[in-house]
Ligand binder design. Structure first.
Ligand code: ATP
Ligand code: MG
Length: 232
């Protein structure tokens, strides 16, 4: 097994060309071990979402490499990349993006449907929904639950393929402070319970308390000296 679940090596990202080119990331390198909880912080426009999109294989770096579970993803073609993404990565966004005409359970099973691996998906989805305390909401339609509950469903959906890494971009950005607190508590408890690796972009570093690693981005670069070592 690879030592690191993620290795980002010398990643640059330039948007556009010529005079309008924007260097969104410059020479970004870091490594993450399985089971770590990592934060990406930095001010607006610093490059956090761009970095998360590189790790999430939603876009390719201009130069540099992203290695996930020992696979250098620059060697994959677009088809291979989307299959790899679907099996290795889970995504949580600011908005839960649930499908409103599906039930909570069906939403959680949806990635398995895309993957064509529906066998035992219902049992696994309901087990995970119990873990996050949503067993009583399973058969409700997704537009009939609260915002905080919807985000918990989105978290569960991100876990259904048992991904190597779950990526979250401002997962509490659209929640009131109590729901935000509950959501963070849930992410951290899933991290410990399932040994699930999380990489979370946040504006609010203190809300997360102790984490394994913090990468601070400023103007597309890692701010040296703020790559916090393990606190656990
Ligand atoms: N698709 C794109 N095309 C051109 N420029 C982009 C694109 N996406 C981002 N940028 C630019 O890259 C830089 C980094 O943007 P990014 O979205 O990564 O910042 P961020 O740290 O996530 O900000 P925020 O906290 O506001 O979400 C910014 O200068 C932004 O304008
Ligand atoms: Mg962003």
């Amino acid at each position: 097994m690879a030592d690191y679940v993620l290795e980002v090596q010398n990643v640059d990202k330039v948007y556009g060309q010529g005079e309008t080119a924007v260097q969104a990331l410059q020479n970004i390198s870091f490594k993450v071990r399985k089971g770590e909880f990592m934060l990406i912080v930095g001010s607006s426009g610093s490059g956090k979402s761009t970095l998360l999109n590189m790790i999430g294989l939603l876009d390719r770096p201009t130069t540099g490499n992203v290695t996930i579970d020992g696979i250098d993803t620059s060697t994959l073609n677009d088809n291979q990349l989307s299959t790899f993404r679907n099996s290795k990565l889970g995504f949580i966004f600011q908005f839960s993006n649930l499908l409103s005409d599906l039930t909570v359970l069906e939403n959680v099973m949806f990635p398995r449907k895309i993957q064509g691996t529906l066998q035992s998906a219902a049992e696994e989805a309901s087990t995970l929904l119990k873990t996050v305390g949503l067993e009583s909401q399973m058969n409700k339609f997704a537009n009939k639950i609260s915002g905080g509950q919807a985000q918990r469903v989105a978290i569960t959906r991100a876990l259904i393929n048992r991904p190597a890494i779950v990526l979250a971009d401002e997962p509490t950005g659209n929640l009131d402070s109590l729901s935000a607190e509950t959501t963070i508590h849930l992410l951290k408890s899933l991290n410990r319970k399932l040994n699930q690796t999380f990489i979370v972009v946040t504006h609010d570093r203190p809300q997360f308390g102790d984490v394994d690693k913090v990468v601070t981005i400023r103007d597309g670069k890692i701010v040296e000296g703020e790559l916090e070592a393990s606190l656990r």
